[in-house]
Design a protein around this ligand. Structure first.
Ligand SMILES: Nc1ncnc2c1ncn2[C@@H]1O[C@H](COP(=O)(O)OP(=O)(O)O)[C@@H](O)[C@H]1O
Ligand SMILES: [Mg+2]
Length: 271
């Protein structure tokens, strides 16, 4: 069964694209067949993976009838990971792109035509509460909300939670809030730590895993690679996404009542 997860936040620069990419990679490295979908009209995933303004075929081309959905899916060098990019889209055509996405059954049909054989689909969305985010939530099993470690992010997080709740009640009853992921937590900054403490105290569903603020993320975007693919010693921040992938996998099993595929082990002697 494929599990679709929308990564959404009302706030710009909260870490949506970074989380989608690095979480998708961590899931694939666990062996789960994973598809990352770029539903942001600005093409954040493409920008994160390529230097310069590249024009990969993708969703926009499929919507225009210029490309078959399966031809738009890119197989990465990691066998379990594929990417469906935003596609070639002139900035002046963003409104048409968004309207096309909202067409009845359009996104559902698109997902069904590409997700066969995948365990996970992670959908990156633009900042805000607009059409692509609504359309993605309306077709997803789960929503994941990056919560930036800044007071402004905490103050406005109720907006995306309200939209998720509304979509669940009115459009897609299978949608579940997977959780809120603290991102860009600056451990040397009191205001940032305060956001973390307040979110754990006042909000339901905050993940145990947090993503700290670190310069290595800038290095990764400069290089056009996920953290785990940077050269040099393994970065502790990449390990965070492995922890996140484990936490999410267990949570999804709990929420869907699926048995984790744990192999039973016999008691052993240590000494
Ligand atoms: N944990 C982090 N620490 C430092 N910088 C980060 C972190 N996560 C993301 N960034 C950087 O912050 C910027 C915005 O992140 P991004 O994932 O594009 O946010 P969004 O998709 O929500 O707009 C990017 O330049 C990214 O490299
Ligand atoms: Mg983004």
């Amino acid at each position: 069964m494929t599990r679709r997860t929308t990564i959404a936040s009302q706030k710009g620069g909260a870490g949506k694209t970074t989380v989608t990419l690095n979480l998708g990679l961590a899931m694939a490295e666990r062996g789960d067949r994973t598809l990352i979908v770029d539903l942001d009209p600005q093409g954040g995933i493409g920008h994160s993976l390529c230097q310069g303004d590249v024009a990969l075929s993708g969703i926009a081309d499929v919507l225009m009838g210029a490309c078959e959905p399966s031809d738009a899916v890119i197989q990465t060098k990691l066998s379990a990971l594929s990417i469906l990019p935003r596609g070639k889209l002139d900035a002046v055509d963003v409104c048409e792109f968004e309207q096309a996405l909202l067409g009845e059954g359009v996104l559902e049909e698109l997902f069904q035509s590409v997700e066969g054989g995948f365990d996970h689909v992670f959908i990156d969305t633009p900042s805000g509460l607009g059409m692509p985010t609504r359309a993605a939530l309306a077709t997803s099993d789960f929503a994941l909300v990056p919560l930036q470690g800044e007071p402004l992010a905490l103050r406005s997080v109720h907006q995306i939670l309200r939209v998720i709740d509304h979509v669940k009640r009115n459009e897609n009853e299978r949608l579940e809030l997977l959780g809120l992921l603290p991102t860009m937590v600056d451990r040397g900054n009191q205001a940032s730590l305060e956001v973390l403490i307040q979110s754990w105290r006042d909000l339901a569903g905050v993940f145990e895993t947090i993503i700290p603020r670190a310069d290595v993320f800038l290095e990764a975007s400069e290089t056009g690679l996920p953290l785990a693919y940077l050269s040099g010693p393994k970065r502790p921040e990449a390990r965070r996404f492995e922890m996140l992938a484990n936490e999410i996998s267990n949570l999804m099993n709990e929420l869907t009542g699926t048995e984790a595929g744990n192999v039973e082990q016999a008691q052993r002697q240590l000494l």
